[in-house]
Design a protein around this ligand. Structure first.
Ligand code: IVH
Length: 699
């Protein structure tokens, strides 16, 4: 029985390592479960068989009363930060000096190999192994002593209970970062919201809170992960000769390999950099890529590779001289709300926008951020003078993440959207079941400005020289009341406007004239019909080579519209409404009089005949060739089959399940396990708008 128990233990531990650390399962779940239960039963019959490295001992023991403070065998240091590559270079210069390797005069510094590692935004842990067995795990605490949380850490499947070494050292100290993956974090908060409990602010806080849970069963349910990054071994210890164990590491790079060989999960995104330029390239390469990772990172940790040189360089008061944390620009910052404004979009949709004291975020100064819609505004419960947290992640539009209600001035008034349009004064409308609040006055100047800007935009008429400021002047002075009016402007009048000259006025008139030759699908797109973006316009223009034919179909045979790839009843309805509106009919007539075809030209007809058999993207290119997509959840405007049709029309493939080979997951509302899986595999996730952008531009 003892031998069987030992065999089972070894097999199950190996399978867990393959599953949780290597991401390469080697046992079927059901087989694992059976064998696990067999081991449990053996241990129940004969408790003497239980060993501390048995997989059954990961969740065990009663909830603790509290945590003991323990002194670390080797202190946990913190790191100095660098916020720019200049600061990194200054650090490197100091390091060379301490090591007595001053550079030659000139620009070339002597090259020292360094390891670049992602700085994981989790919680540092200290793990102690004795003769290969995990005997203690502790939080960082003040660096000298922390709290003993062994029972909790034992539940982390990627922490080995026994090192995978034949002849383990008498003791080993391992440092690394515990974390909660983003998708697990979202699930935890969703559950907490359901139970009416306070939400965790971010995955790091959730992780810290979990590690200090008194009940290990709760910790087990939260599924933490752990990446090991530092190794301490007894001085002068070397592995016994003859064993298959890895040699004693002489560098940080070798330490990472040693840790992986001993059974730890080591972050795969580390790089051995021959010189400072390589470190900077590593930092730059991860600035955007890191957003695809399923966990948070906030910089790169740079470590001198050679352990002997590390020892030579030594420490300052609190941090090693041989390492530094190079941080990415902050993407979130607090600011003071100045006012709430209602912005009127091209379609009349009202977007609440917060204006606040300017803050530097991800390299730019930000003073406005969207609040999306009235629901979000209500959820944030914004009050005058509130302190808000603003985020600008990458290229994304700045948004207000939350309000720090604790800092609210006493007696502050709650803020709401106005009930009338700030531009034209007409009453705003919110239809039942719709998130959007709208101004429905078609002659609202804000709507007109948006309509004109859309008409001349790149994807539509592509007219240069008609920017926001000029459009504003034209509308405010009553010079332009519709798209058609743009084509009645004369150069002399334009030249008299602010910031215009004769040359720019003449150029603009020419550009407008030239735009009359734009393709039919661009004309259609430019009209700004609700739901008819660049992609749909292209599909519709191909199916209906003139406005007249499209009009007729929309009124009489909408099923001919919905028979097209990607065109659903919502779009058909929107077209029908648009054509039925007299002012729109008038616009079409005027545009035709001005020289617009409102139909496909001969060239376009020929091209579409040639290509109709072959699937093409928006510009007739197979922009998604070779890409595999998975769809999940409910998209805001596309049905599953429409999204699939669009992807396929652009040369992409749609499959049913997420794997490492999936190029993108397109996720809508109520996305479930596919989203979690994509995040865990680092597969990029797109929403509908991003999918459309991809279709429009290509990857
Ligand atoms: S090395 C002396 N490596 O960052 C070495 N730390 O700001 C100190 N961290 O307390 C740690 N990823 O919690 C190291 N790859 C990494 C890291 C990392 C995240 C954390 C760690 C540390 C903090 C210092």
């Amino acid at each position: 029985m003892r031998a069987r128990a030992e065999e089972l233990r070894r097999l199950l531990n190996r399978a867990a390592h393959a599953y949780y650390v290597l991401d390469a399962p080697e046992l079927e779940d059901a087989v694992y479960d059976r064998l696990y239960r067999e081991l449990e039963q053996l241990e129940r019959l004969q408790p003497g068989l239980i060993s501390p490295d048995s997989p059954t001992q990961r969740v065990g023991g009663a909830p603790a009363e509290g945590f003991q403070s323990v002194r670390h065998r080797i202190g946990l240091l913190s790191l100095d930060n660098a916020f720019s590559t200049e600061e990194l270079e200054a650090w490197y210069g100091r390091l060379l000096k301490v090591l007595d390797r001053p550079g030659p005069s000139g620009d070339d510094l002597p090259a020292l190999p360094m390891v670049g590692e992602l700085k994981i935004d989790g919680n540092a842990l200290a793990l102690s192994y004795e003769r290969g067995l995990l005997v203690r795990a502790a939080t960082r605490g003040d660096g000298e002593s922390g709290e003993e949380i062994t029972a909790n850490v034992r539940t982390i499947q990627s922490v080995p209970l026994r090192l995978l070494l034949e002849n383990p050292p008498p003791w080993v100290e391992v440092r690394g970062e515990a974390l909660i993956p983003d998708h697990t974090f979202a699930a935890i908060n969703a559950e907490r919201a359901e139970r009416g409990e306070a939400l965790f602010a971010n995955p790091r806080n959730a992780c810290a809170g979990t590690l200090r849970q008194l009940d290990p069963a709760v910790v087990a349910a939260r599924r933490l992960d752990f990446f090991a990054y530092t190794l301490h071994l007894p001085d002068a210890w070397t592995p016994a000769s003859g064993a298959a164990d890895p040699a004693r590491p002489l560098s940080q790079w070798q330490s990472l390999q040693w840790l992986a060989a001993a059974g730890f999960r080591v972050n795969p995104n580390a790089a051995l950099c021959p010189d400072l330029a390589a470190v900077e390239a590593f930092f730059a390469a991860w600035e955007h890529k890191r957003r695809q990772l399923p966990y948070a990172t906030d910089g790169v940790v740079v470590k001198l590779d050679d352990l002997r040189l590390q020892a030579d360089a030594g420490f300052t008061q609190k941090a090693p001289r041989w390492a530094i944390a190079l941080k990415y620009a902050a993407e979130e910052a607090p600011s003071r709300l100045l006012r709430l404004v209602a912005q009127v979009g091209r379609t009349g949709v009202i977007t609440p926008v917060a204006e606040f004291e300017p803050v530097g975020l991800a390299g730019t100064s930000v003073s406005r951020a969207t609040l999306h819609n009235a629901d979000r505004l209500a959820e944030l419960d914004l009050h005058a003078g509130d302190t808000i947290v603003v985020r600008k992640a990458g290229e994304i539009i700045p948004e207000v993440v939350r309000v720090l209600a604790e800092l609210r001035p006493p007696g502050a008034a709650p803020l709401q959207l106005p009930s009338s349009c700030p531009e034209c004064g007409s009453e705003l409308v919110r239809e039942e079941g719709e998130a959007a609040t709208r101004c429905v006055n078609s002659s609202c100047p804000a709507i007109l400005r948006g309509t004109l800007r859309h008409w001349v935009s790149k994807g539509a008429m592509d007219v240069d020289g008609l920017g926001a400021k000029l459009v504003e002047q034209l509308v405010d002075r009553g010079l332009v009341r519709s798209i058609a009016d743009l084509y009645r402007l004369d150069a002399a009048l334009l030249a008299s406007l602010e910031r215009m000259g004769e040359k720019s006025a003449a150029n603009l008139v020419d550009a407008l004239e030239a735009s009359k030759q734009q393709a039919w699908h661009r004309q259609l797109h430019g009209l700004g019909i609700h739901h008819v973006g660049a992609v749909n316009a292209k599909v519709l223009a191909k199916g209906f080579p003139s406005a007249a034919e499209l009009y007729a179909a929309a009124q009489q045979t909408p099923e001919r519209l919905t028979a097209l790839h990607g065109i659903g009843s919502e779009i058909a309805q929107s077209l029908q409404q648009w054509f039925a509106t007299p002012s729109n009919q008038g616009l079409l007539d005027q545009l035709k009089q001005l020289g617009f075809s409102m139909a496909a030209g001969e060239g376009e007809l020929a091209a579409s005949a040639n290509s109709s058999a072959e699937a093409t993207g928006i510009d007739g290119r197979e922009v998604l060739a070779g890409r595999t997509f998975v769809l999940t959840g409910t998209l805001p405007s596309l049905s599953r089959s429409q999204a699939q049709a669009l992807i396929e029309a652009a040369g992409g493939k749609v499959t049913g399940s997420v794997s490492k080979k999936t190029s993108y997951l397109v996720a809508g509302e109520e996305a479930g396990s596919k989203l979690a899986k994509a995040e865990s595999l680092g597969v990029p996730v797109l929403d509908e708008a991003e999918l459309r952008a991809l279709l429009a531009s290509g990857p």
